[in-house]
Design a protein around this ligand. Sequence first.
Ligand code: XMP
Ligand code: MG
Length: 179
Amino acid sequence: MSDDILKVLLNEEQIEKRCIELAEQIESDYEKLHAVPIVVGLLKGSVPFMAELIKRFTFDCEIDFMSVSSYDGTESIGDVRIEKDMDISCRGRHILVVEDIVDTGRTLREVKQMFMNKGATDVKIVSLLDKPERRVVDIKADYVGYTVPNEFVVGYGLDYNQKYRNLPFIGILKPEIYE
Ligand code: XMP
Ligand code: MG
């Protein structure tokens, strides 16, 4: 599996270190708001990142997951469908969406709009990675772990055809794997 990786971009230590910083920042922001947010992980890519973040939160929050599909292979098609909805109602609640990567931005735009339509009070986004060169819609995550170049990356939750999610680092996938 590691043979398919061209280059390691971020190792486990770097990711953990950044998660500690992000968790502190997020905690301080929600404390100022006096809000008990619902932390909503987008399955499946956010799982390792979400686990790394929420274990550092010492404030009251609720945890939920959602599965949306917009992506097939390496291209986002921009049409977001809910595959698995949240269990907790988001009406009148502060929502913190946890995502693995913001690429074109289409997924998060749709997800954010959906939460607002369902009556959420506020929607914030935390994404482990940001690939700004690929953005086609005007959306920014409120909190970003690392900015990555315009390469297809896998590991730490991110997959190519469901593979590589379990790698403990973020690496660039060899183009011959998906070309
Ligand atoms: P959009 O384009 O809607 O897409 O912002 C976000 C989703 O696309 C997936 N994605 C990737 N997955 N390596 C991956 O493993 C990548 O380089 C990559 N770029 C985008 C990801 O599922 C994200 O939630
Ligand atoms: Mg995703």
